[in-house]
Design a protein around this ligand. Structure first.
Ligand code: FMN
Length: 203
């Protein structure tokens, strides 16, 4: 088989914690990954509210370069509209190494749990599961009701990894960037990319 660059789909939805997505994408790009990015309408809204970052109307890689510097230049990024159900990542014949939905709203979680596939994020997640590829879901809500919990169980039963937006504090984070790097590091680790974004626990 031909060796190719790692290709990972990132879905950003309208849950709090957009910074987790930015740090995950930064780390993927810095590790030479080809990122296929889809952001929902409310994902974009929350991103602009919670950070100084916008993905509207610019070359996306340039936006990441402006924020994080040239280290992200090792990778590449392709952005799609969440309405574009004909995009290449909507098909299982487009080979990827998996997908992370970060952060994942309870609405998108419900869509994935039901196989609804009404948006590109939901469709790409559905395809990732049906092809037996890695799906990492980073849900964020609190408190959780029983519907949220059942939907998490349903996607876990279908093969997804549930990686809650729950950064640890044993690495003594000094900034919110440290917290975001912790989450990004845990996500990358599930894709077998050891990016050393935080100090592992040592007794
Ligand atoms: C500022 C803001 C923060 C939100 N935070 C959350 C959240 O943490 N978790 C969640 O499930 N929904 C949250 N929502 C609600 C979702 O954005 C809403 O359910 C939306 O329909 C999600 O759609 P999407 O999954 O297509 O992005 C938030 C909405 C706003 C405006």
């Amino acid at each position: 088989m031909l060796d190719r660059t790692k290709r990972i789909i990132i879905g950003i939805t309208g849950a709090s914690g957009a910074l987790y997505a930015l740090h995950t994408i930064k780390a993927l790009l810095s590790n030479g990954v080809e990122v296929h990015l889809v952001i929902s309408e409310y994902g974009a809204y929350v991103l602009e509210n919670e950070t100084d970052f916008s993905l509207k109307g610019k070359n996306v890689l340039d936006s990441f370069r402006e924020k994080f510097g040239d280290e992200v230049s090792g990778g590449n990024i392709v952005k799609y509209s969440n309405k574009d159900l004909a995009a290449e990542i909507s098909s299982g014949s487009f080979k990827t190494d998996g997908m992370a939905i970060v952060p994942c709203s309870m609405k998108t979680l419900a869509g994935v749990a039901q196989g609804f596939a009404g948006s590109l994020i939901e469709r790409a997640a559905d395809v990732t599961l049906k092809e037996g590829r890695k799906l990492v879901v980073v849900p964020r809500e609190t408190p959780l009701n029983k519907i949220h919990l059942k939907n998490m169980l349903a996607v876990a039963d279908a093969g997804a990894h549930i990686l809650p937006a729950m950064p640890a504090f044993y690495q003594k984070p000094a900034t919110i960037d440290d917290l975001a790097d912790f989450m990004a590091g845990r996500i990358l680790s599930l894709f077998d990319i050891e990016a050393e974004l935080f100090e592992p626990w040592r007794k």
